[in-house]
Write a protein that binds this ligand. Structure first.
Ligand SMILES: Nc1ncnc2c1ncn2[C@@H]1O[C@H](COP(=O)(O)OP(=O)(O)OP(=O)(O)O)[C@@H](O)[C@H]1O
Ligand SMILES: [Mg+2]
Length: 302
């Protein structure tokens, strides 16, 4: 079921389009990564979804309805969250809970529950000013969850963190996935791959690619064998295509990239073929074309 739908959304600041004709949807219960380089339009998109700024044109539908007040259904962690450093985590969450319309009693109950979920139960009496980056980010996620939103949006939740903080937050998002729908932005494909089910790549304000992670891996992550030679290989590559287990052959600069079904099988068959035909190869290298290759291709292409 679709939770949120963006239809031809454009946002203009002055004369510049921050996002242009953006259309994609977020499935209920999914974890979607909005992936793109700096300036791609990720924050602008999230702020429009959170109702903080209005699209210049296009529609955003929440549960199929346009123009409703959706703020109650959305939790948002900004790219650069600001905390009251003199408060402790419990005080902060209760304060935010009351702002969201909870009674003091239910705000406190919910806060204690969330502090446990984000792994801050031990530290909640300490002043936020003394927290590490990872702890602050986890507190920010708890803050976004206080009113049990249907959609939680996290703007670059791990970008500013060191590897330990990154790991903490990614693990936390895995837990969060079980409870609610998540949309998060990142410029790092690896972070997206770790937790998301759906990927929307945006580039210069436009959707460049939108697919499930499983499908992207199926379509773009292939085992391959690269062979190079001192002399022109193209003539005998015709025969390589017939070798069992070979899916396709790409040839450039005297290096052939042979896409294969099963690396073990193909390696055996190719080595026999090379020996039988006395191919003058200088290298034989096994590699995997990764989603990173695809991402670089998509964001770099003009
Ligand atoms: N309030 C604003 N006024 C003018 N231009 C803006 C405003 N907000 C964003 N922009 C422009 O819109 C474009 C997209 O910005 P946005 O912050 O959405 O990108 P982003 O993908 O979040 O980038 P980053 O990875 O650096 O956070 C940029 O060119 C930016 O300069
Ligand atoms: Mg941003």
């Amino acid at each position: 079921m679709t939770l949120v739908q963006l239809e031809h959304v454009t946002k203009t600041f002055g004369k510049e389009n921050a996002v242009t004709d953006l259309s994609f949807e977020i499935k209920k219960g999914s974890c979607t990564a909005l992936l793109g380089p700096n300036g791609a339009g990720k924050t602008t998109t999230l702020r429009m979804l959170a109702g903080m700024i209005q699209p210049t044109s296009g529609r955003i539908k929440f549960c199929g309805i346009e123009d409703g007040d959706i703020r109650n259904h959305i939790g948002y962690l900004p790219q650069h969250p600001v905390f009251y450093n003199w408060m402790n985590a419990l005080e902060f969450l209760v304060y935010v809970g009351e702002l969201a319309g909870l009674t003091k009693k239910s705000a406190k109950e919910k806060s204690l529950e969330l502090l446990k979920l984000v792994g801050l139960s031990e530290a909640y009496k300490r002043k936020i000013g003394g927290y590490s980056g990872g702890m602050k980010q986890r507190l920010g996620i708890a803050q976004a969850m206080i009113h049990e939103p249907k959609l939680v949006m996290l703007d670059e939740p791990v970008s500013a963190l060191d590897p330990v903080g990154r790991r903490e937050v990614i693990e936390m998002m895995r837990e969060l996935k079980k409870k609610t729908t998540i949309l998060f932005s990142t410029h790092v494909l690896h972070d997206a791959e770790e937790v998301c089910d759906e990927i929307v790549i945006i580039r210069k304000g436009e959707v460049a690619l939108n697919d499930s992670l499983v499908e992207l891996k199926r379509k773009h992550q292939h085992d391959s064998i690269k062979i190079s030679a001192d002399e022109e290989l193209s003539d005998w590559l015709v025969g390589v295509k017939q070798v069992q287990g070979v899916r396709d052959v790409l040839y450039e600069n005297q290096t052939a990239t042979i896409l294969v079904e099963n690396i073990t099988e193909a390696r055996k068959n190719l080595l026999s073929y090379i020996a039988a035909n006395n191919l003058p190869i200088t290298s034989f290298q096994i590699s995997q074309s990764s989603l990173e290759d695809l991402f670089m291709k998509v964001v770099r292409s003009e």
